[in-house]
Design a protein around this ligand. Sequence first.
Ligand code: GLY
Length: 357
Amino acid sequence: MPEFRVETPQRCYPAIVERGIVARAAEYVPPKSGKVFVVSTEDVWRHQGAALASALAGVGHEALFLPGGEERKRLAPLEQLAEEMVERGADRTSMVIAYGGGIVNDMGGFLAAIFMRGIPVLQIPTTLLAQVDAAIGGKTGVNLVGGKNLIGSFHQPLAVLIDPALLDTLPDREYRSGLYEIVKAGIIRDRGLFRFLADCSREVLAREPKAVDRIVADSVRMKAEVVSADEREGDLRRILNFGHTFGHALEAETRYTRFLHGEAVAWGMRAAVHLGRLTGHISAEDSAGIFLMLETYGPIPPLDGIRVENIFARLAHDKKTVRGKVHFVLPVRIGKVTVVSGIEEKLVRESIGQALS
Ligand code: GLY
């Protein structure tokens, strides 16, 4: 099964896509490691915990639980978990295994980044979205009311173990939320993947193992390449934010309760394509191809009641906004995007309006 190297100044590590790899998790715990803290949610642990617990038999470990839900991806639960770790004898030799979806990967990674100024983390993502995006590349953090992931740090993991078999029982909505991130991967850098998603949607939606393994591996390869080229998002990594500027604004505007992350990104991609059309970056034909793809993997929950002005105002709080200038990732053609700033406000408002209508 494929293994991709992520090579960053902070750390070089493998992202391995392999059915059943959870059973080999203990191989990725360094021999001199102290106590292992598995950070998960009660829900994930109930459904998938037995596989990891039996893999870690013989390795001293304890499970700690986060509340789950994007609206609870905040600093307070992490402080509580850190206190629990101290009570249970954690020290500088301890490590974290983040076992769950994107929220657990972000929060577990951030806990490892700040506990005693940094202990190692092993990422084992259990949702599609986390397998193809959140768990790879070392971004960790939590939300503020004012915006998504506004507190955080880069903390690269020891390894990312990606087991597509874990996806068999994922709820349909969660699965499709992850598919939108894979659609994103195709649009920004992999025309072949986009084609496959268009041609084989039946197999993908039916979760046929061959199709799932292919789209997961392609997305992980893309992410590993991009992060290896630009760990800190100074340049190339910005393309991964396609659909995220509007998507993050939408999540914050709805207090993180209405949309899963991938769903907000799907709406964000629609807005970015409208903006790409209005600014003359992308052809009508490629835009139609992207809209059709989003419908194929939809429906995305509706946007009723959201006001253009509120979303527009929130764009200014995005991390990608520098000195008041919003940077947009716009599609040029399928497989290529570009980063543009200084777009006329009128066009930005119009694209939001088109996405909302
Ligand atoms: N999820 C975007 C990134 O990792 O840069």
